[in-house]
Design a protein around this ligand. Structure first.
Ligand SMILES: NC(=O)c1ccc[n+]([C@@H]2O[C@H](COP(=O)([O-])OP(=O)(O)OC[C@H]3O[C@@H](n4cnc5c(N)ncnc54)[C@H](O)[C@@H]3O)[C@@H](O)[C@H]2O)c1
Length: 266
């Protein structure tokens, strides 16, 4: 039975992977979904695949993009009930090879972009929500890397750790607007971010630039062995965990980091 009917949701990075699966899951439950992505073709295809919603193509590392995105959702649908801060990518490097550009890029998309989306949302909440408002939901996407770290993921791990601080702080600030704010930290999920390679990392084109992504087949095998469930997560597994934080049954959970890692705890 759909339980998100009449809810307006925004999913950043909704054109692929976990974001796309989340858009479909929320839409299946009855939500109208604004699908943000950097890549127009992907965002538009996902938006066209759901009963109600629209694509909003924008690069969230553009400092003006978050305000425009949140305003577009609210102006089009008259409000915003669910925000899933999912857009992100990985750019591997050991610290001795890491450039300032790499460090800044990871903090920019994982910490600053979430901050700006939430700041825009917070400004709207101040004039439009109070303790008696219907429950609203924010779900910020973190990673086991942000909790436990991992080799070659210094800047990514720092960005994903920032998500935890953002989440716990806003849970305290936004209770008065009746908004729950949680993070979901994923272990390895099968998307292009973790696509398998034998010798050299795969290349993703992000903002027109080649970025090393993926996990070696050996790393993937280790990740499977580390899970009591002996497999990697699927994008649908990940979307299901996000969905749990969006439905009324999770209303009493706020300020938490939900680990969705198939039982991997390190
Ligand atoms: N796949 C995993 O194993 C895993 C594990 C932990 C956390 N995560 C996190 O989950 C989120 C989704 O990752 P995924 O695995 O689905 O990757 P993905 O590459 O399949 O999808 C990410 C989407 O975000 C979009 N995006 C990237 N930068 C953007 C920007 N500046 N503005 C707007 N959109 C942008 C991309 O275009 C892409 O469509 C990311 O935040 C990632 O860090 C993934």
């Amino acid at each position: 039975m759909p339980n998100l009917t009449n809810k307006i949701a925004l999913v950043t990075g909704g054109g692929r992977g976990i974001g796309a699966a989340t858009v479909r899951k929320l839409a299946e439950a009855g939500a109208t979904v604004v699908v943000n992505d950097l890549d127009a073709e992907e965002a538009e295809a996902v938006a066209a695949s759901i009963p109600a919603g629209m694509a909003h193509v924008a690069d969230l590392t553009d400092p003006t993009a978050a305000d425009t995105l949140v305003a577009a959702a609210i102006d089009t649908y008259g409000g915003l009930d669910i925000v899933v801060n999912n857009a992100g990518y990985i750019w591997h490097s050991a610290i001795h090879n890491m450039t300032d550009e790499q460090w800044d890029a990871m903090l920019d998309i994982h910490a600053s972009a979430q901050f700006r989306v939430l700041r825009a949302y917070g400004r709207w909440l101040r004039g439009n929500a109070d303790q008696a408002s219907p429950m609203r939901k924010v779900v910020n996407i973190s990673s086991t890397m942000g909790l436990h770290g991992g080799p070659t993921q210094l800047a990514y791990a720092a960005g994903k750790a920032a998500v935890v601080g953002i989440t716990r702080t806003l849970a305290k600030e936004w209770g008065r607007f009746n908004v729950s704010v949680n993070a979901v930290a994923f272990g390895a999920i099968e998307t292009r971010l973790t696509s398998p390679y034998e010798k050299e990392p795969n290349i993703s084109i992000v903002k027109g630039q080649p970025r090393k992504v993926g996990l070696s087949t050996q790393q993937l095998e280790q990740a499977k062995q580390a899970s009591p469930l002996a497999r990697l997560g699927t994008a649908e597994d990940a979307a299901n965990a996000i969905y749990l934080m969006c439905i009324p049954e999770s209303d009493w959970i706020t300020g938490e980091v939900i680990l969705a890692s198939g039982g991997v705890r390190s």
